[in-house]
Design a protein around this ligand. Structure first.
Ligand code: ZN
Length: 442
């Protein structure tokens, strides 16, 4: 994992936030390559969950909502972690994390940092507070949302009244969420600001088993077939009945086998019954029932919720795609070569356009023409600095699936060399055929 962290920083994927000021715990900034890759993950999720399904629509809600939402959802009362503090060094810990797997009671455990005594556990609410307007008092308190899902429930009626949807249907949202984690850590795995991709799929009560299984299968298909994550690095962990939240009917985590951390959750799929809509109906006084005209039935729908973390998915993708080749594979060096074998739909850069030399005007201007041709359709990079071998290896490292080289022959035959990242195979393609080639291969 240390290697991955330093790779992400070195290549401009992910930086510690506010690093010139010594950083700030639990916050990260996505650099030029990271922001593009993150956008690709979100676009692929949106395409898979919303655009290709006639019965799923999107939403982009406010981050701050009426605080009553969090009262109704139970977050104000129950969205807490058990917190303990060392009496000596005053470091704070998640009590449940300390106990996990060691078979001891908390009273038997000492501070992992200084071996000091630990204080009694108190519940700590994870919602980040702020104030609305100029006066900071209890009447102006608001919260940065700890999840995107509740905004979907409070817009259920708006969507139902304005769209021609029939049950079953889904409402999906991508957006930032905030949790005041006691101990953020493991790079972007546990942060205080993060991004979620969530969908609430509304169904007829009684059909929850069928739809829970359907969405669990679909979500696995997204990770393997769309993102290209290796099957052996994914597993499903069902929550035992006795550990379920009181309103949940079933819940399963999709876990990825991370280096150092081992199996950890990247997505949760939950069968939540009618808990959320019922709560909001009770607290708001609005009728949130669905009316089935054909059958003359009125009911509060049940819901299946696949909820996925963008940052965790990105970390899993980088871990999954990162390969180190000890001896190098290009033959001209014994140095370790890194190849990031991302699917082309996820790679930040799709095509690198490389003039063979930089001091020959006919060649560089031809290369710029090729860049102008490709870049409106495929995220491309123009690079003329360094030997061609070094430039290939730089693109391999950041996961660019194709390099296009413009050389002296190009000036005569109007063809370029297309190099494939994974096979290192090279093909000669006419410039006029490039768009068709990449439409097929990216
Ligand atoms: Zn201590």
């Amino acid at each position: 994992m240390e290697k991955i962290v330093s790779f992400c920083k070195r290549k401009g994927f992910i930086f510690q936030s506010s690093s010139i000021y010594g950083g700030i715990g639990g916050f990260y900034d996505y650099g030029p390559l990271g922001s593009q890759m993150k956008k690709n993950i979100k676009d692929n999720w949106w395409n898979f969950m919303v655009n290709t399904r006639a019965n799923v629509v999107g939403l982009d809600s406010a981050i701050i909502v009426n605080p009553k939402v969090w009262e109704a959802s139970g977050h104000l009362e129950n969205f807490t972690d058990p917190l303990t503090e060392c009496r000596k060094c005053h470091k704070r810990f998640r009590a449940d994390h300390l106990i996990e797997g060691c078979g001891l009671e908390l009273s038997q455990i000492k501070c992992p940092e200084c071996n000091g005594d630990l204080m009694d556990v108190r519940n700590f609410n994870l919602m980040l507070k702020t104030f609305i307007g100029p006066v900071e008092d209890s009447s102006s308190i608001a919260y940065l949302r700890p999840e995107t899902a509740q905004a979907i429930f409070i817009n259920f009626k708006n969507v139902l009244d304005t769209q021609r949807l029939k049950i079953p249907f889904g409402i999906a949202q991508i957006g930032k969420a905030f949790r005041n984690e006691i101990t953020p850590g493991n790079f972007v795995f546990r942060t205080r600001e993060f991004e979620q991709m969530e969908m609430e799929f509304f169904i007829k009560p009684g059909e929850q088993e069928k739809w829970f299984k359907y969405w669990l299968d679909e979500r696995i298909r997204w990770y393997t077939d769309i993102l290209g994550i290796k099957k052996e690095n994914l597993r499903i962990k069902e929550t035992p009945k006795e550990d379920l939240a009181h309103y949940a009917i079933a819940c399963a985590d999709i876990e990825y086998n991370f280096p150092s951390m081992g199996w950890s959750e990247i997505e949760g799929v939950a069968s939540r019954g009618d808990y959320d809509l019922s709560q909001h109906e009770k607290y708001s006084g609005e009728d949130l029932k669905y009316f089935d005209e054909a059958k003359g039935e009125k009911y509060i729908p049940y819901v299946i919720e696949p909820s996925c973390g963008v940052d965790r998915t990105m970390l899993a993708l980088i871990c999954d795609a990162y390969e180190e080749l000890e001896k190098g594979r290009s033959g001209d060096s014994n140095a370790t070569e890194i190849v990031l074998k991302l699917n082309s739909n996820i790679s930040p850069i799709k095509i690198a356009v490389l003039p063979l030399v930089k001091n020959k005007e006919e060649i560089t201007s031809k290369a710029k023409q090729v860049f102008n041709l490709l870049s409106p359709c495929f995220v491309s990079e123009y690079d003329e600095t360094g030997t061609i071998g070094k430039r290939y290896r730089r693109q391999d490292e950041i996961g660019t699936p194709f390099c296009v080289t413009i050389d002296f022959d190009t000036l005569n035959d109007n063809a370029v060399t297309v190099r494939n990242r994974d096979t290192m195979g090279q093909e000669r393609i006419l410039i006029k055929d490039l768009m068709e080639y990449f439409n097929k291969n990216v």
